[in-house]
Ligand binder design. Structure first.
Ligand code: BGC
Length: 503
């Protein structure tokens, strides 16, 4: 079901503004957690406290450049959050469907606060990792609202001609969160010996807003209707919209809920043949997103920049630069996605990312041996190439990895399908976070060719398997997109029967 927003009268109410701010804070918080760990990992005080062996390795000039940071626990510090998020998102969806959105956000903010406090105050590795796990539980519960509801909601309410732009606002806040984390790390790295505590503890700030927000907001009309409270649903909708005439919109919400309620087994239905195309595409986009190597950069850029020879400060500053490039390039995407379309952006980015990753690989292969460091100009060239890579990702695979799965599933399986995409993101983010530093140690410069090879595959995937969805109303996807696609049309013979059997 696609809503044309002009059908619904509404005023900009305080309530809506609060919802938007909450969504924004959710994005900021997710981004902050992505961006903060890499800088902290590179801080001397932090390494001495929790990873003295890594610090020792770093000091020894003879130690292999590529292997200085190869430590499973150091990687676990970053990755544990995503594993916890993956598991808790299943529990969160149960809590959300039983108790509603508001308690779910409340629980998420409590986990976030606890996680930030624990990791900032940690005096041993166990507490440090526990803190990260609590943050992950927060992301898992926040997922229900932030990663799942917000992108879906944004896609559903946006007019079809600007659906892409509206949806990408979410990714914009994620990139701003990453950028703030880069800045914070740069600022705290010289506050000895506890700068890292401040970096980790500041994750609690957006959580406080989320906590207050969860007390202020009321339940959403959809959630009230889902729980059979129609009167309360109408009241909430009037409050949200700030007008009395909400009948048309309420009817739409009710129809959507009725259909959703009749779907007995959304996850089983997802396996119907006709649901496979959006499912395969949603999962592939998320897996590919991670195999571009983006989070090797987002998590480990400061470490990577130290590997090529920058001192601590310069490496953190370089991360600030890549963070800024990430934010501005996402703005390009907001502008371009409904004009150029999804496929063009994805393909252009594949070319740019392929060239950047391969060039970084060549520079390191030729110039960075086990114990030397790159010349200043070579090291800066690596930073420029990383920026070109991040730029391309940020206007394509980054936002579109979320946008496309939010617009391609039919209503009956949209929530379940999107949940698969989110879980794939968490799983593969975990894998990259846990493996990158070890892969770099074993594969050396070839790790960048590994990413380049994936990017090549992604290009082929886009050319042959990814249909254009620009300007197509969500409820017309089956007829206008899937049934017309040379490969996916073969899966659509039973689409109408599947859709009836879903209900
Ligand atoms: C990805 C994250 C990534 C971020 C970078 C998101 O779309 O899902 O894994 O860190 O983009 O901006």
């Amino acid at each position: 079901m696609s809503y044309e927003s002009e059908d619904f009268p509404s005023k900009r109410t305080v309530y809506v503004v609060i919802c938007w701010i909450l969504a924004a804070f959710g994005g900021l918080m997710f981004g902050y957690d992505i961006g903060i760990s890499g800088g902290v990992t590179a801080m001397t005080d932090f390494l001495i406290k929790f990873f003295p062996s890594v610090y020792e390795k770093k000091l020894h000039a003879k130690e292999d450049n590529y292997c200085k940071y190869d430590n499973q626990y150091l990687q676990l510090f970053t990755s544990s959050l995503y594993l916890a998020a993956l598991f808790s998102s299943f529990a969160a969806s149960k809590v959300c469907s039983t108790f509603g959105r508001r308690p779910t956000i409340f629980v998420a903010s409590c986990f976030f606060l606890l996680g930030a406090a624990l990791s900032a105050a940690a005096h041993n590795l166990f507490l440090l990792i526990s803190g990260r796990i609590f943050l992950g539980l927060g992301v898992g519960f926040g997922n229900e609202y932030v990663l799942q509801s917000v992108p879906l909601f944004l896609s559903e309410i946006a007019p079809v001609t600007s659906r892409g732009a509206v949806n990408i606002l979410f990714q914009l806040f994620v990139t701003i969160g990453i950028f703030i984390a880069n800045l914070v790390n740069y600022a705290t790295s010289n506050m000895h010996p506890y700068g890292w505590r401040l970096s980790l503890g500041l994750a609690g700030v957006p959580a406080i807003f989320l906590f207050i927000g969860s007390l202020v907001i009321t339940e959403t009309p959809t959630s009230l209707v889902e729980h059979g409270k129609e009167e309360a649903g109408i009241k909430a909708l009037k409050k949200i919209r700030g007008v009395q005439e909400v009948d048309v919109e309420f009817k739409q919400i009710k129809t959507a809920c009725d259909i959703a309620r009749q779907v007995k087994h959304p996850f089983k239905n997802l396996m119907n043949r006709s649901n496979r195309p959006p499912l395969i595409i949603g999962i592939c986009l998320q897996v590919f997103q991670q195999f571009t190597g983006i989070n090797a950069i987002m998590f480990y850029a400061p470490v990577l920049f130290q590997t090529v020879g920058f001192k601590n400060d310069a490496s953190l500053l370089s991360s600030v630069i890549t963070g800024l490039v990430n934010v501005f390039s996402t703005l390009v995407s907001i502008y371009a996605v409904d004009k150029a379309g999804r496929r063009k952006l994805l393909l252009q980015a594949c070319v740019q990312m392929f060239i950047s990753q391969s060039a970084i690989g060549v520079i390191l292969l030729v110039n960075l041996k086990a114990t030397n460091s790159l010349s200043k100009s070579e090291a800066w060239l690596v930073v420029v190439l990383v920026c070109l890579f991040v730029m391309a990702f940020a206007w394509s695979w980054g936002p579109l990895g979320w946008l496309i799965p939010s617009e391609t599933f039919p209503l009956e399986t949209r929530t379940a399908g999107f949940a698969f995409a989110v879980s794939s993101n968490m799983l593969f983010t975990f894998i990259i976070a846990q493996a990158f530093l070890s892969m770099m140690c074993h594969m050396r410069a070839f790790i960048f060719f590994f990413f380049a090879a994936w990017i090549f595959v992604m290009g082929l995937f886009t050319i042959f398997l990814l249909p254009e969805t620009k300007g197509v109303p969500i409820d017309a996807m089956v007829d206008r997109v899937w049934k017309k696609h040379p490969v996916w049309k073969n899966y659509m013979e039973d689409a109408d029967a599947d859709s009836r059997s879903n209900i």
